[in-house]
Design a protein around this ligand. Structure first.
Ligand code: SAH
Length: 242
């Protein structure tokens, strides 16, 4: 029930945390772990903290960048301890579990992205997330240890999967959401088109593109809808070149 989730750890500094995450995941019946540029891995610390979950460390996926790690995912959720100045759409860990542990969503690959121990996720990394995922806690001390944060999120998914297991069979909906790589190509295409028609100015393009990403991330485009939008972009570029 939870095999469509992938836990992605970005530039983890302490290998012990990687082991702690593997253990937390296996306790909750999850196995897809991906490391983006870990500072130290493999490591004896990771193996000893993983305890009986070193099989997850043996099958771990290691990626050179976050883009790479989420390329095959249709939905990307970024776990964040902090209030951000730009408000990305936010879900609590429980709301996330209720929304994404369903048979319909199990056709999509979903990445749960966790940040660095000392500085979390950067804004440009949150830009590729459809939602921010927050674990509610003491607002004056809201930063959990990385492996603890993964534990809480996986626990919520596990509980939700038990509740949903009976009730979600028989969904006939064939819609496939666009994955992160397809969305990234779409955003590049849109940015180029908006520059070509002089709607965007290079120096202002970052904040406008960030807002446009928020709009499109909010509505979870499927591949057919994305084809239509790319067709419109191609048409307006051709039209502009005439
Ligand atoms: N000092 C960092 C926090 C690092 S904790 C900062 O200021 O952002 C390491 C990671 O654990 C975070 O990037 C986040 O992915 C996750 N995490 C920690 N506490 C969390 C919380 N309350 N809600 C959601 N994710 C949390």
């Amino acid at each position: 029930m939870l095999s469509h989730f992938k836990i992605v750890l970005v530039e983890t500094s302490h290998p012990g945390n990687i082991g702690g995450v593997a253990r937390a995941m296996k306790n909750m019946g999850m196995s897809n772990l991906c490391l983006v540029n870990p500072k130290i891995f493999p490591s004896a610390d990771a193996t000893s903290r993983a305890s009986g979950a070193s099989d997850l460390l043996n099958s771990v996926e290691i990626c050179p960048s976050l883009q790479n790690a989420i390329a095959d995912c249709q939905l990307v959720l970024g776990a964040s301890a902090r209030d951000r100045t730009i408000s990305w759409p936010e879900l609590t860990a429980r709301e996330c579990a209720e929304k994404f542990v369903t048979a319909e969503q199990s056709k999509n690959k979903i990445a749960l992205v966790f940040g660095r121990e000392n500085s979390g996720l950067k804004n440009h990394e949150l830009d590729i997330c459809h939602y921010l995922l927050h674990i509610p806690c003491n607002p004056k001390f809201s930063s959990l240890n990385l492996a603890t944060a993964v534990q809480v999120v996986c626990y919520e998914l596990f509980v939700a999967s038990g509740q949903k297991a009976e009730s979600t069979i028989g969904d006939k909906n064939e819609i496939v959401l666009a994955n992160a790589q397809q969305m990234e190509l779409f955003y590049q295409h849109m940015q180029q088109t908006l520059l070509d028609i002089d709607f965007l100015h290079p120096e202002k393009s970052v904040s406008i593109m960030r807002r446009l990403r928020r709009i499109y991330n909010r509505i979870s485009l499927d591949t057919k809808e994305l084809d239509i939008l790319r067709g419109i972009l191609r048409f307006s570029q051709n039209h502009n070149n005439k």
